[in-house]
Design a protein around this ligand. Structure first.
Ligand SMILES: [Cu+2]
Length: 148
């Protein structure tokens, strides 16, 4: 192999590496789904969602086979009173991570199915406005287990 050929091979390897399809544009991590409040069928979830792409993405809809409806909520303090408001969608800037945590953004999961209990699997599906879908499955956690 001449030096020219090996240089050419090295360049090809670089080009291949760069042209490989990127990973998924959206990833979900550190997801925690807390058991529904007793008798309410309403659960909360916390997570991190990251947009690895070079374009902003909008989460337009969140769903789950185990719940009737999921809303994106944000806790805000107005006149010293903590309130939650529902966000119709969530814009995630390019190369940006959004954290859902206590006292901030969270998912509110309504109308839990009969199988939703501590330890049971729950799948949550995040739909973006570019027809993307990211699905993540985790097990329901006990509230006391997660309290600080
Ligand atoms: Cu809420």
């Amino acid at each position: 192999v001449t030096p020219q050929v090996s240089l050419l091979l090295a360049v090809c390897a670089l080009v291949v590496a760069c042209s490989q399809p990127p990973g998924p544009p959206l990833t979900i991590s550190n997801i925690v789904v807390l058991e529904p409040l007793p008798g309410s069928g309403v659960a909360a979830a916390y997570l991190e969602i990251e947009n690895h792409s070079d374009q902003a993405l909008t989460i337009s809809h969140v769903s789950s086979p185990q719940f009737g409806r999921i809303e994106i909520h944000e806790s805000v303090v107005e006149n010293d009173v903590a309130r939650m408001r529902s966000l119709p969608s969530l814009l995630i800037g390019k190369q940006t991570k959004v954290v859902f945590e206590r006292g901030g953004k969270h998912l509110m999961l309504f109308t839990a199915g009969a199988n939703v209990a501590v330890g049971a699997p729950v799948t949550i599906e995040f739909h973006d406005d570019a027809n993307g879908l990211v699905s993540v499955t985790t097990n329901v956690r006990a509230r006391q287990e997660f309290s600080e």
